[in-house]
Write a protein that binds this ligand. Structure first.
Ligand code: SF4
Length: 722
């Protein structure tokens, strides 16, 4: 059909935190999207990566859930179908005990364990069982995982339901697996978990450090701004163990050993101080605890830095000089910084790097953790985290607690709740017994999924609300069919703090319902007096409770959205550079927190001699529930591969395209080999999108003590040819 006969609907890309603006062109006669095109917006300027351009046909997949499902009576006692891939435990049911190299059962084997139900029957059952568990076990027996894929309005309602309906703060989402450590460090250091400047502001920087982030694959359009700035004169320094696509664009590439970030940045700061490049006035007037920081980094001369990190001392000195002499410098970082048991310490170092050189609060400078999911910033802002109500208002602070009790008209738990990782551990011990999971898939996304498998199987009741029968659905008692992002309206907040409108493009399949309506349906059955009629109405309530979102409304978000904070959304795009005068801490100062380098929790040894790093590919998104059902994306990247260095491959007898078995102390998988110069010797990389070779069967569930984030970026494995 010619473009003029198609219906153009402006919306936002549903994948990464860049949140590119786009327009879907819809053939209404066929009820299908014909194509997508980038749309002008300050943070994307009409650009899209392959996911935004082609990754929308998942919504029309015949595998969509279209009716509520209830587990069949003869499928109890509930036991996991998926095979234990390590150990001798008898697994499966009805005589099936076959081992699967990837560990997870095809969904067509799971579906027969459920029967179709009406919405009334399914919702009544959900409310009845969760209420009973709550009555028996108390608030601590209930927990909820919300989703960074849902809208702000849905995230807000979900946390409100768990808090007011079950009187517990046991509510969290995938930020715990993503930037929880960055947020912990940022709150401690500058009193705010959001970015201090936008990625587009890189054009004003003399130097940008990109730390632990393969941005061309994971934040492709943001990385195009880095390249643009570089062409205009910005020096790009890339620091990461993998020589991935970002390393090809960097002016200086520092290939450090995995898990040595603290030592690297301490050495750089040592040299900045030694060269007299500290911004003394800024340190004196805008920071605290400088002396303790200086005393700590004094133990990290570049030679020691080289010894620990493998980066030559001269390169460390060069980085320090460029950083210290820059008029303005900005640091972008990703999961390579955050997903460590030292994730908070890693981020503390980046904050200190900026603060001692006066690099927060002026154009071209600042701190920018590149957020993962398209709405992980928004979901966190909405209070979908156990320690904060909306707008990061502390649940444990009596005045805040009392205020929310008054506004929401319910008794609230005064104690912070459990995080994602703690909820799984609690379920294993019989603490948490009932769970409501909206749009999360921990049985593929969480670390050490053999442990997750046991935890989910141990629950008395699990309700899973999603658009597909996910791997986690295998453990559900009730499955509720939700609308996809394309089938509803709502707001989404990107990594820049830009709040944008996502608009309804398609009609939902079958009986699928918008998540906010389902959450409200459950709330009413719990006796809550909710009567929201639209996402707009929910957003108005959000704005009334969140000073950061002040002045925003559906009417003034416009086609390109607005940055928050924004004091004049009618005339302004919002605040790009924050903290030009004071930080959000109680004394207005940036708190410098020194960190000592600590090794990873599980180091290589004779039995497991290689280091495993996990992450994402350009073409896929997280557990693949959307992108692996997208024809173009799954055709380009159809299979799981382990990336190994050519010399390691030769020594181990691995052949490019052949099969390998990768084993850790927690499980093993079999997958194809990709011989790649991107890996350093002794390291390997596996993307976590592939259920048939689930990388998280191998990962370790050790967590950072502050952000409670798991160590996805470092565990010991053994690799051999199959
Ligand atoms: Fe979507 Fe991110 Fe790609 Fe933009 S860069 S099109 S938001 S996946």
């Amino acid at each position: 059909r010619p473009r003029t006969e198609l219906d153009a609907v402006d919306s936002v890309c549903p994948y990464c935190g860049v949140g590119c603006a786009l327009t879907y062109y819809v053939d209404r006669e066929r009820g299908a999207i014909a194509f997508a095109e980038g749309r002008d917006q300050p943070g994307s300027q009409g650009r899209l990566c392959v996911k935004g351009r082609y990754g929308w046909d998942y919504a029309a997949s015949p595998q969509r859930l279209t009716t509520p499902l209830i587990r069949r009576e003869d499928s109890y006692p509930k036991g996991p179908l998926s095979a234990e891939v390590r150990g001798e435990e008898e697994v499966g049911r009805k005589g099936r005990t076959g081992r699967r190299p990837g560990g997870l059962v095809p969904m067509e084997e799971v579906l027969p364990h459920f029967r179709e139900a009406t919405w009334e029957e399914a919702l009544d059952l959900v409310a009845r069982r969760l209420t009973a568990i709550h009555a028996e076990g108390g608030p601590g027996a209930i927990a909820g995982f919300g989703s960074a894929k849902c809208s702000n309005e849905e995230a807000y309602l979900f946390q409100k339901l768990i808090r007011t309906g079950f009187h517990t703060n046991n509510v969290d989402h995938c930020t715990r697996l993503c930037h929880a450590s960055s947020v912990a460090a940022l709150f401690e250091g500058i009193g705010s978990g959001a970015v201090s400047t936008t990625y587009g502001d890189v054009v004003n920087a003399d130097v940008a450090i990109v730390a632990g982030s393969n941005a061309p694959s994971n934040h492709p359009v943001a990385s195009s701004f880095f390249k643009q700035a570089q062409r205009a004169g910005t020096t790009i320094i890339y620091v990461d163990p993998r020589a991935d696509r970002m390393s090809e664009h960097a002016d200086i590439y520092c290939q450090l050993k995995p898990g040595t970030d603290v030592a690297f940045y301490n050495s750089v700061m040592y040299e900045v101080i030694r060269l007299g490049l500290v911004d003394a006035d800024y340190v004196a007037t805008r920071t605290s605890n400088y002396d303790a920081l200086a005393a700590t980094v004094a133990d990290y001369p570049p030679e020691r830095g080289e010894q620990i990190t493998g980066v030559p001392a001269d390169t460390i000195r060069r980085v320090a000089r460029i950083w210290g002499e820059a008029r303005a410098g900005v640091i972008f970082w990703g999961m390579g910084i955050s997903q460590h048991t030292t994730g908070t310490d890693n981020a503390r170092c980046l904050i200190a790097m900026c603060a001692i050189t006066g690099n927060v609060g002026k154009p071209g400078s600042g701190l920018h953790p590149l957020r993962g999911q398209n709405n992980v910033q928004g979901a966190s802002d909405m209070g979908l985290i156990p320690m904060f109500y909306p707008d990061y208002q502390r649940a444990a602070e009596p005045a805040v607690h009392d205020r929310f009790e008054r506004v929401w008209g319910a008794d609230l738990d005064p104690e912070p709740g459990l995080t994602v990782t703690e909820i799984i551990s609690s379920a294993l011990k019989g603490g948490v017994r009932g769970m409501y999971m909206m749009g999360e898939n921990p049985f593929l996304s969480d670390p050490n999924i053999n442990k997750v498998r046991k935890a989910l199987a141990a629950l008395d009741f699990l309700v899973v609300q999603d658009i597909f029968l996910t791997e986690t659905g295998e453990f559900a008692d009730v499955i509720l069919p939700a609308t996809s992002y394309l089938e509803k309206e709502g707001t989404y907040t990107n990594t820049d703090r830009r709040v944008q409108l996502g608009r309804k493009v398609l009609d939902p399949p079958g009986q699928a319902r918008e998540d906010w309506r389902v959450v409200q349906d459950v709330a009413r059955r719990l006796g809550l007096d909710w009567d929201y009629t639209s996402p707009r109405e929910i957003f108005d309530e959000v704005v009334s409770l969140m000073p950061s979102y002040r002045n925003l409304s559906y009417d003034n978000l416009g086609g390109t959205g607005k940055l928050y904070p924004n004091d004049d959304p009618e005339h302004s795009d919002g605040t790009v550079v924050m903290f030009d005068e004071r930080f959000n801490t109680s004394d207005g100062l940036a708190h410098l927190v020194p960190a000592e380098w600590l090794p990873a929790r599980e180091l290589p040894d004779d039995e497991y001699p290689m280091v495993l790093n996990t992450g994402r590919l350009l073409e896929h998104w997280h557990t693949g529930s959307m992108t692996r059902r997208s024809y173009a994306l799954d055709t380009i990247a159809p299979r799981a591969e382990v990336y190994v260095n050519p010399e390691d491959a030769a020594a181990l007898g691995l052949v490019d395209g052949g099969m390998a078995r990768v084993a850790s102390r927690r499980g093993r998988i079999e997958l194809h080999v990709k011989v790649s110069h991107r890996e350093a010797r002794g390291n390997c990389f596996i993307p976590f999108h592939f259920r048939e070779a689930a990388a998280n069967l191998l990962t370790i569930d050790e967590i950072d003590p502050f952000g409670k984030i798991p160590e996805f970026k470092f565990c010991a494995v053994h690799v051999e040819p199959v």
